[in-house]
Unconditional design. Structure first.
Lengths: 143, 143
């Protein structure tokens, strides 16, 4: 049986988030969270967490964000199945940003079908897609 | 003679930033910019850019941010000399975030003396410093 993600990640089941003193005030209750592939170091996406999303992430071991457009928590992969198992969490000097090193479940994190959301690179003043799709998004996100 | 950073990076000297269609509206004129070491892939810091900071970054090839606390542009390293030479810029699916792969000048980017601002890791519900200082901050940022 696969152990719960939180046990794998080694986080508290009932985390005392207040004591961790993240600074949610600078950005209207949010901190940016950089999601980095644990194995390759590639930056996969950037999301935002409010205190509840951070707590849920610690409790479950699955990366959970606050959606600004939908005004609710969302666990990455709740539609696609492409969840992100958290292996390590770091914060910065000002405690107003996070880096989460994760293991991806599935071929990619981007809803456009790419491994990383950062699939466009600046070349001669234009954004160019710099990699092939990792999966067909219509087969995952029903149109 | 060292060529200007912008020439090394291969960006436009007079970039047409409007045409690049970054979405600065979601975050009051800012986009988060993840700074990643070009060689190691380590996430070094997270800053915010407004359109002017992004343009300045492209024009000069040095990572330049908008300081929310000081309400002005700042080129990383303008006090410490620890500048960040931009090698590659990527944007995400929503064009509201950036990843910049950089070469560091100097031993570290963090004003607390560490190579990365993300020098604290979550261990058993507490943030623990997980690496030694790379330099003595008082010798760089005069107290």
């Amino acid at each position: 049986m696969t152990p719960p993600a939180a046990a794998v990640a080694g986080f508290f089941i009932a985390p005392d988030v207040e004591r961790m003193q993240l600074d949610f005030d600078k950005l209207n209750g949010l901190v940016p969270a950089v999601i980095q592939d644990h194995a390759s170091g590639r930056v996969l996406m950037l999301g935002f967490m409010n205190e509840d999303a951070f707590r849920r992430t610690l409790e479950t071991g699955w990366a959970t964000f606050y959606s600004r457009s939908r005004s609710r928590l969302w666990t990455k992969g709740e539609t696609s199945g492409h969840r992100l198992r958290v292996r390590e969490i770091s914060t910065d000097c000002d405690q107003d940003a996070l880096v989460l090193r994760v293991e991806m479940e599935g071929p990619g994190v981007c809803h456009n079908g790419y491994q990383s959301c950062f699939y466009r690179r600046l070349v001669d003043g234009r954004w160019l897609e710099s990699e092939p799709r990792a999966y067909e998004p219509d087969s995952v996100y029903k149109p």
